[in-house]
Each structure stands twice: as structure tokens, then as C-alpha cells.
Design a protein around this ligand. Structure first.
Ligand code: MG
Length: 210
């Protein structure tokens, strides 16, 4: 049977930090007064940079954002008109040329993740795209998405490769499900215990998939 490749998006296919601050600044400008209201100026000044750096759900959990802050932030994200000047990592052409079926599974806010995919121009490279929506009340996380893909296709776990950068997200989920896990360490990250393989360039995928 054919192998199935499941890719992460952020910091796997493109560098998340390459999104210019000004293209999402209005969202933070709207959020700031809400945070000041709850946390005060000093703590808000600490929280905002963390929101730039870490996934929203991580920061929201750390500071115990309430439902109002979460839903308002989601609303700002979903109402913003994105114009992103972003491009894939240079070696993404290697991925494009792989003959195996490719699926994209990405965590975040739906509209923003779709905007990234649109501006990267990569949608047609994947047979399916799944968004693990951070604030969805029915969130099954990446692990649940992987399980439903396996079930739907009745594919053997040893034919599935999870390819991504995050040890605590797709790599852990894939590892726990008995799938092959390939860590993409574009920035010299240390190999995770959840990773069967660790690569810094997509060319290294070719022998792994042999
Ligand atoms: Mg990632």
C-alpha cells in the first residue's frame, strides 16, 4: 500500500516568525485594552510579547484568560483581513515533488491558518487540509484528527509519516499512535524522544521514505 504523509504547517513548511508584525498588529491593538482591564498594564506588557512568541492556547492557559477574552480574541482574528507576505522554506520544492499523498494538519485559528495556506500558495499540493481549531468546543486536537484519518482510510499505522516541528503536538500524537514521526528541526532544535527521525532539510525525507 502507499505511504501517507501528514505535514504540519507552522515552522515546518514556512517560518512563522516571517509573518510581519504589522500584518497582524490591529488584532493585538484590539486585544490590549481587554487584557489591561483584567491583568493591569504591567502584566499585559509581559503577556503581549508572549502572544507573539507562543501559541495562543499556551499563553491563554498560562495566564488563565477567561471565556470573554478568548472569544473576543477569536473574533478579532476571524474578522481581520489578512495580507501576508510569506513564502515556504526554500527546500519545500522537495516536498512538492514527493509522489506520496500529502495531507496538511495545522493548529490555530481557522481564518488565519487558511490565510497562511492561501498566501503560501500550497493548497493544491495537499489532498486534504485539516485545521485543529484552538478554541473549538469540539476540539479533538491533532491526535483525534490523525485517528479519524487512519480510520477513514483503513490505513496501517506503519504506512503513515507525521512530519512536523513540535514535540508536544504532532510528534507526540503520532508517536502515541504508533505512526512514524519525522521532526523537522529547521532551527537546530534538539531531537525529541517522540521523533523517530530528525531532519533539517526536506531532502533527508527521501531515504526515510524509501
Ligand atoms: Mg509547527
Amino acid at each position: 500500500m502507499n505511504k501517507l504523509l501528514i505535514f504540519d504547517l507552522d515552522d515546518t513548511i514556512f517560518e512563522t516568525k516571517s509573518i510581519k508584525k504589522e500584518s497582524v498588529k490591529p488584532i493585538f491593538d484590539q486585544l490590549e485594552p481587554l487584557l489591561i482591564n483584567k491583568f493591569g498594564t504591567a502584566l499585559t506588557a509581559q503577556i503581549i510579547p508572549e502572544l507573539w512568541k507562543y501559541p495562543f492556547d499556551f499563553v491563554a492557559e498560562k495566564y488563565k484568560f477567561d471565556k470573554h477574552q478568548n472569544t473576543e480574541f477569536a473574533r478579532f482574528i476571524n474578522e481581520h483581513e489578512y495580507k501576508l507576505n510569506i513564502r515556504t522554506f526554500d527546500d519545500f520544492s522537495v516536498v512538492e515533488n514527493l509522489k506520496q499523498e500529502k495531507i496538511l494538519v495545522t493548529t490555530g485559528f481557522s481564518k488565519l491558518q487558511h490565510a497562511k495556506i492561501h498566501y503560501l500558495g500550497i493548497k493544491q499540493k495537499f489532498s486534504e487540509v485539516y485545521i485543529d481549531n484552538i478554541l473549538s468546543s469540539e476540539r479533538v486536537f491533532k491526535k483525534g484528527i490523525f485517528q479519524s484519518i487512519l480510520l477513514e482510510r483503513k490505513i496501517e499505522p506503519q504506512l503513515v509519516y507525521i512530519i512536523g516541528d513540535n514535540p508536544n503536538s504532532e510528534l507526540k500524537a503520532g508517536f502515541e499512535l504508533g505512526l512514524h514521526t519525522v521532526q523537522v528541526a529547521k532551527f537546530g532544535q534538539e531531537k525529541s524522544d517522540y521523533a523517530n527521525y530528525c531532519i533539517s532539510n526536506f531532502n533527508e525525507l527521501i531515504p526515510i521514505l524509501k
